[in-house]
Write a protein that binds this ligand. Structure first.
Ligand code: COA
Length: 186
């Protein structure tokens, strides 16, 4: 079976509409604690995000996920602390691209980029307890569940628990060889 290519490209302001569309997707709305942010606020985030992990001033990063010439998702990392060696990651695919392994590959490429930061040791993420696909991605990439934040967020009016998952550098180094990774994106 044909495996679609997946690569990361730097997020730019031109990606605002496709990002808004992803956030409005049925699955994202049902499973993610997304706040209804105005367009300008997301635009500002795009402008402020870096895609250069070697830029020592950058703490927030975003790439878009491209497959077969189309933007199909986005991956991000925020509040990087080079001192503590930690960063929080996030990811989202557009509706119609789910459940085909593309999320796992995109997040693996994100981790490849991030772990080029010499001091990085702990990558973490949160996911709602209902989000089995997100938990599946985390598990496949070697993350471990580190705890539960009780009643930590609201999704479509319902208060929900959020899981915290974490991946340490040696765990990633042990796992990455088993994954077939595309070369890092531009
Ligand atoms: C979360 C997301 C990025 C996962 O990407 P994906 O391409 O759909 O997931 P994958 O196909 O790589 O699946 C990874 C694993 O998760 C599990 N999984 C995937 N979809 C699932 C589902 N709907 N229900 C239960 N488990 C699922 C499987 O175990 C799978 O492993 P397998 O292929 O070996 O069986 C994607 O579903 C998405 O963007 N969802 C909406 C936004 C979102 O939830 N973002 C994450 C916020 S924390």
């Amino acid at each position: 079976m044909h495996t679609p290519d997946v690569r990361l490209v730097p997020a730019r302001v031109e990606h605002l509409d496709v990002w808004l569309e992803m956030r409005a997707g049925e699955t994202s709305r049902r499973l993610l604690p997304l706040e209804d942010l105005p367009r300008e606020s997301l635009l500002r985030r795009l402008k402020e995000a870096s895609s250069d992990v070697m830029d020592l001033r950058a703490t927030n990063f975003r790439w878009m996920v491209e497959s077969e010439g189309r933007i199909i998702g986005t991956v991000s990392a925020r509040e990087l602390s080079r001192f503590h060696g930690r960063v929080e990651v996030g990811y989202m695919l557009a509706e119609g691209n789910l459940g085909r392994g593309l999320g796992t590959r995109a997040v693996a490429l994100l981790l490849e980029q991030l772990f080029t930061i010499p001091s990085l040791y702990h990558v973490w993420l949160t996911t709602t307890v209902a989000n089995l696909a997100s938990q599946g991605v985390a598990r496949k990439l070697g993350f471990r569940m580190e705890g539960v934040l009780r009643g930590h967020c609201i999704v479509q009016g319902e208060r929900m628990d959020q899981q915290v998952w974490g991946l340490l550098r040696p765990e990633w180094e042990a796992r990455r060889g088993a994954l077939s990774l595309e070369p890092p994106g531009r």
